[in-house]
Design a binder for this molecule. Sequence first.
Ligand code: TMP
Ligand code: ASP
Length: 236
Amino acid sequence: MTTKMGQLYEGKAKRVYATDDEGRYIVEYKDDATAFNGAKRGTIAGKGVINNQMSNALFKLLESKGVRTHFLEQLSDRETLVRAVKIVPLEIIIRNVAAGSFSKRYGVEEGQELKCPTLEYSLKNDALNDPLINDSHILALGIATEKELDAIRTMAYKVNDVLKEFFAGIGVKLIDFKIEAGRLPDGEIILADEISPDTCRFWDAKTNEKLDKDRFRRDLGGVEEAYHEIFSRINQ
Ligand code: TMP
Ligand code: ASP
């Protein structure tokens, strides 16, 4: 039994706690929702419970397909025991279909299929508004090594292959998603943070209805319903 100790960090959607084992943390998912770097704030009732369980289910699926993740054990509705990692301060974003900032930046209509998946990085830095960053910048600034970037790239595309196929099977198009990588003490890169409607775009395969946090970001209504819908499809 691992004992929860002091809070190490509070993010926008989760808190991270130390435990009596220095190799393990406990993450606790909140219902708080923010968008546009915290400029828009709100609550999505029950989000923490859904994101915790959904992320754990997807991490288990990914583990079964050979992706190493921080997931260890779900402790409660909102709490999960994870491997302690140091987060690489990058948002790692894969896109299958144009949407969001990609559509805006390149003047491409939302919903346009991309000829191949794209990979991009943003620097996790709220004060700078998470600017886009490229491989050479990452190497030059010492944010990650060449070997780590190789591992991150391989992991990101593998996550995409596994999740795209899984979501297609439950009638959902995986438009894009953001993941984060963590370093274990021995330097190994593993999948960390979460995979949830907060961090992915999910569109219904038939209707293109949005089943993710864009409903909150864009004031589309039906936010809680969308989280429940995607969660119930995963549990089919
Ligand atoms: P974007 O189109 O706004 O750049 O978002 C790309 C993907 O990343 C989308 O699935 C939502 C996710 N995302 C996060 O998880 N956190 C963020 O802070 C942002 C801006 C996007
Ligand atoms: N992480 C963003 C924020 O900082 C929210 C988002 O668009 O997902 O508020």
